[in-house]
Design a protein around this ligand. Structure first.
Ligand SMILES: [Zn+2]
Ligand SMILES: [Zn+2]
Length: 424
């Protein structure tokens, strides 16, 4: 059981007093979004804030990342809290006074830039958390590491970035992190609600490409060539049988999507080549391996049967976002104490992916969803993440601040108090 402690109620008052400030920060970030590995202004604002709180700050971690270390007045474990900072190449359509009008060129196309995943909220919430925890520093039984991470949505082509690079650059060392917590705001979960799942909560993601090489010929006599379009069509249909015929679906879900297919230039030419790309989502290493193997077999053998050649490339991207079951079990009472027992609910696993998973590969971590949909709004009217109409209701931020503060303090309390440890 999470013990109600006076420190928690002090932090709650501080968090409530900070609500306006957190909302103001969020609006500034919202109006000035920056793409992955380019979060220069965002990082500068964060660093200035942490400095002003007397927190030890390191900048330029994994390109634009900011890491703050707050040493508590008492000895204890090291707790890391993470917020991601990047926006997306999406043109905002929501009519807000702090709407983004930023535009840029991305992959050769002109586009708006928008915080269309809500990472602006994450940054503002974690800045609030830093302010609360710095105010109660002398009572903290351990050290807090604030991780402001670039490029969660992926680094620009040819660049490294995100959580993977932060881990590589040693963000979980010096001081060594014992546990990490993170949240994601959600536009389709009502304000006040927290969703979590022990074990796999978000999928592993891999991308793949298949190049089908045939033999070019006149569209009027296909028999004198090898048609990569017909062959690719068969491959697309063959790929559908991986999830439906080869995977133990009662263990976990999985997805194989073909996202783009390109080939040909004219109605009466059978082209030489067709290229397709797609995404793979899985929740267990076994299923992931089966999918990889079957994509190779299906594409290779179908192509062979047609006299074509298939060149398959699979790019392993983010691992499963895996909530350490013991840590989850240990911390859920804390969330229930903050949000109310009936407001903390188990969610089915999501097939989206999160690079928070790279931290969880190294240290026990707990990642949860925070409600960001206005109370009473109909779910079908709430735009999904990554869309131009995406919107977040700010009245849920204080709960996010409180949740991260309580998780930190309760975790420290549990780790430093022997009686709690042995009762577990
Ligand atoms: Zn996103
Ligand atoms: Zn996101």
């Amino acid at each position: 059981m999470a013990q109600p402690q006076p420190l928690n109620s002090r932090m709650d008052k501080l968090a409530e007093g900070l609500e306006k400030k957190v909302i103001t920060w969020r609006r500034e970030f919202h109006q000035n979004p920056e793409l992955g590995n380019r979060e220069f202004q965002t990082a500068a604002k964060i660093a200035a804030h942490l400095h002003s709180l007397g927190i030890e700050v390191k900048t330029g971690v994994a390109k634009t990342g900011v890491v703050g270390v707050l040493k508590g007045g008492k000895p204890g474990p090291v707790v890391a809290l993470r917020a991601d900072m990047d926006g997306l190449p999406v043109t905002e359509r929501v009519d807000l006074p702090f709407k983004s009008t930023v535009s840029t060129e991305y992959n050769g196309q002109k586009t708006g830039v928008m915080h269309a995943c809500g990472h602006d909220s994450h940054v503002a919430i974690l800045m609030g958390v830093a302010e609360v925890l710095a105010s109660v520093k002398s009572d903290l039984k351990g050290t807090v590491k604030f991780i402001f991470q670039p490029a969660e949505e992926g680094a620009p082509q040819g660049e490294e970035g995100g959580a993977e690079l932060m881990v590589k650059e040693g963000v979980l060392e010096n001081p060594k992190v014992d546990a990490i917590f993170g949240l994601h705001i959600n536009s389709q979960t009502e304000v006040g609600t927290i969703k979590y799942r022990p074990g796999a909560i978000m999928a592993a993601v891999d991308s793949y490409s298949i190049k089908v090489k045939g033999k070019q010929t006149h569209g009027a006599n296909p028999w004198s060539g090898v048609d990569p379009i017909v062959t690719s069509s068969q491959i697309v249909m063959g790929l559908q049988t991986i999830v439906s015929r080869n995977l133990p679906l009662t263990d976990a879900a999985a997805v194989v999507t073909v996202g783009a297919i390109h080939g040909g230039i004219r109605q009466n030419i059978i082209p030489e080549e067709v290229n397709m790309i797609g995404t793979i989502r899985s929740f267990t290493p076994d299923m992931q391996q089966t999918i990889h193997r079957r994509i190779n077999e299906i594409a290779g053998h179908i192509a062979e049967s047609a006299g074509a050649k298939a060149d398959v490339k699979i790019d392993v991207m983010y691992p499963v976002t895996y909530n350490d079951p013991k840590l989850t079990d240990q911390m859920v009472p804390t969330l229930e104490a903050v949000a109310g027992k009936n407001k903390v609910v188990i969610t089915p696993a999501w097939t989206g992916a999160e690079d928070f998973s790279f931290y969880q590969q190294k240290v026990p971590g707990f990642f949860f969803f925070l409600g960001g949909m206005a109370k009473g709004k109909k779910l079908e009217e709430a735009a999904p993440h990554h869309t131009p109409d995406f919107q977040i209701d700010e009245s849920g931020f204080t709960l996010g601040v409180k949740a991260l503060c309580h998780l930190t303090v309760d975790y420290m309390e549990q780790r430093t108090s022997k009686s709690t440890a042995s009762a577990r």
